[in-house]
Design a protein around this ligand. Sequence first.
Ligand code: DI6
Ligand code: FE
Length: 405
Amino acid sequence: MASDESPRCDRMWHGARLLPLTADGARAIDDGIVAARDGRIVYAGPAAEAPPLDAAERIACDGRWITPGLIDCHTHLVHAGNRAGEFEARLEGASYEEIARNGGGIRSTMTATRAASEADLVAQSLPRLDALLAEGVTTVEIKSGYGLTLDDEAKMLRAARALGETRRVRVRTTFLGAHALPPEFEGDADDYVAHVCETMLPAIAQAGLADAVDVFCEGIGFTPAQTDRIFAAAAGHGLPVKLHAEQLSNQHGAALAARHGALSADHLEHLDAEGVAAMARAGTVATLLPGAFYFMRETKLPPIEALRAARVPIALATDCNPGTSPLTSLLLAMNMGATLFRLTVEECLAAVTRNAARALGLHEVTGSLETGKACDLAIWNVDTPADLVYRIGFNPLHTRVVAGA
Ligand code: DI6
Ligand code: FE
């Protein structure tokens, strides 16, 4: 946290309270300074210990709290259309599976997404992104998975990249070609997986459209053997992997993901002890998605105590998607993490900063207030950081800073 000789800087924030959220568990700082140069932090720490800082611009924080900018590390926010009608049908007693069998579900979003142009996708997704940014998000992961053809998956990923140019935010894209079986491959899941591995993934990797690869490993999704093939193909293209695992049933997907050195395994309600141990050994982050748990009225909790005991890093994300988590508030995801999953305030804060950065392979880039990291900040009008987790439907963001600006 301390810095060497008197650094020149472009901008500094002073008179702030800092929550560094570093891995060593650095404590909150009462009278703190953050100084940035060329988009990176050159000093973050107590004013009393700061080197002489020669800043072009000095911003008084009047005692506000500064945390690292928030990171939503699992979203499907690029998609077209809306499934409010299915929500109403579910309230009248239809099940998610019934709706899917009648052509609804992921298929209906696929149809709308295929029909949309890249510009339509950007326009429809922008309000969802803006809702996240309004609450201090500075990095967001966005998955494909509603196109399910090479052209439509590539279109989704280009739309995600375009969003990152339209707004000041760090976007990481994930190729989720194996989200659902497209109608063209009905009854031929293995053929579709071969198409994902041999045609879609190489083209998407070649075009630089994906930063990672994900699979929906589930009874109603893809099997562990199919997941294994896609992960091997991803490794062949130098792409890291993550996995939708153990959401509805225990497929032992998290252990498989850990064997592939996955960045994260996500959902995890049905994770068992072996899965926890495998994740701990591999350093795979457990990304919990309380919005989907809440919206689907699930009752089986992820094994929080076992994850804690094994020191598996825990992240929280919105899972923003039209079917199971139409959530565009990371602050609410934190409140749900605490209320539904019994995470502590400290765990919730680390879950949307340091650990979320790790879930995206960005732990050396962002996610804590440390010299050398990007100057991604959220500045808050709160009395204590616990307020960020405690309040429901209240947005106390004062300013968002991405790479120093
Ligand atoms: N898990 C989910 O809960 C969603 N996707 C996934 O992999 C469902 C997405 C949808 O219903 O549109
Ligand atoms: Fe998801």
